[in-house]
Design a protein around this ligand. Structure first.
Ligand SMILES: Cc1ncc(COP(=O)(O)O)c(C=O)c1O
Length: 340
């Protein structure tokens, strides 16, 4: 072992059906005239295509540990997309039926992924007045639970198994890549589970490493004024139950347009396609590095890939409808290059 505390100990690091151990792709970002070293931890290499595979695995295992799953029981969860795809994968592999409560922003790719794995999909249609569909989805979950006693709800927004898996698995992986310890790690926030778990682990074993939470403008997950948002997978219409601003070293709110610009810049310059929350993370990293010229290695946790955004972030028609065409072609605050 490398002597990293926690290495090899938690049961979750074994037997996770191919989940985790995602690669760290070294790239360079040119920020304020200087090339800086950045590692992209590409969570799109999880079997379900996103960081949420880890969360889904932990949530199902938690329900099993609590004796809540078994013959005749069905898992139900609210998801804007990635957790649904991940839970569909984990539930299918464990033999549990799964009902996903989604909304109109859920991507075609994630919907197809869920139905291919035999999940039932329930879609709420009306936004909830908090800048999104979260409350509307949770109301639907509660209605379903009240009408069907066989349903079991892991509740990704409150279940401590969510941050725990990132403390026990995602955090240790970040330090174990063998390319030197990072000085700063950037993590996107929706439920705040990834951020809380990674921050707890790094505080414990690498307190000198800064943790930067990345949210989108208009999300209230870590405070800030509510507003219109168009990206999925990042942001929330209510505060995170897992993370507060004091749990990390810095919180950055990125405008949707800047996150979209970063996605396009990265793909054009390196061929690497990432999702909208990863675009926000890259944009935040570029700003942070510009303000901290002495910071060495940075790690960006990239929660998913471009595959599930071909009909949104990477679609001309969608960009036009959202008024983001200029953002996608604008010159962002950084240039990027593969290391080789
Ligand atoms: C693309 C993407 N990025 C980031 C996140 C944030 O994860 P968390 O809910 O742990 O804050 C999610 C979660 O849904 C996601 O799907």
């Amino acid at each position: 072992g490398t002597g990293v505390p926690g290495e090899g100990t938690p049961a979750r690091e074994r037997d996770v059906s191919g989940i985790g151990r995602t690669p760290l792709l070294p790239i360079r970002l040119r920020v304020a005239g200087r090339w800086r070293q950045v590692g992209l931890k590409l969570e799109q290499f999880n079997p379900g295509g996103s960081v949420k595979d880890r969360t889904a695995y932990a949530l199902v295992e938690d329900l099993e540990d609590r004796g809540l799953l078994g013959p005749g029981r069905t898992v139900v969860e609210s998801t804007s997309g990635n957790l649904g795809a991940a839970l569909a994968y984990v539930c299918r592999s464990r033999g549990y039926p799964f009902v996903a409560v989604v909304d109109p922003r859920t991507s075609r790719r994630n919907l197809d992924g869920m139905t291919e794995l035999s999940a039932d999909v329930e879609r709420v249609e009306r936004p909830d007045g908090h800048g999104g569909y979260l409350q509307a989805r949770l109301d639907r979950v509660r209605d379903l639970l009240a009408s069907d006693a066989s349903l079991v709800w892991p509740d990704q927004y409150r279940n401590p198994a969510n941050p725990r898996v990132h403390r026990e698995m995602t955090g240790p992986e970040i330090l174990r890549h063998g390319q030197g310890r990072p000085d700063v790690v950037f993590v996107a926030v929706s439920t705040g589970g990834t951020l809380a778990g990674v921050a707890q682990y790094l505080r414990m074993v690498a307190p000198e490493c800064r943790v930067v939470a990345v949210d989108v403008r208009g999300s209230v997950a870590l405070g800030g004024p509510p507003g219109r948002r168009v990206l999925t997978g990042i942001g929330a219409g209510r505060p995170s139950a897992f993370a507060r601003p004091a749990d990390c070293d810095e919180v950055r709110h990125v405008p949707d347009a800047e996150a979209v610009a970063a996605c396009h810049r990265l793909r054009a310059a390196t061929g690497v396609g990432v999702g909208g929350s990863s675009g926000a993370v890259l944009a935040a990293a570029a700003r942070h590095l510009a303000e901290h010229p002495d910071t060495g290695r940075a790690v960006c946790l990239c929660a998913d890939g471009a595959d599930r955004y071909e009909d949104t972030i990477y679609s001309r028609a969608w960009l036009r409808d959202q008024g983001l065409t200029d953002a996608a072609s604008a010159r962002p605050a950084f240039d990027a290059a593969l290391l080789a």
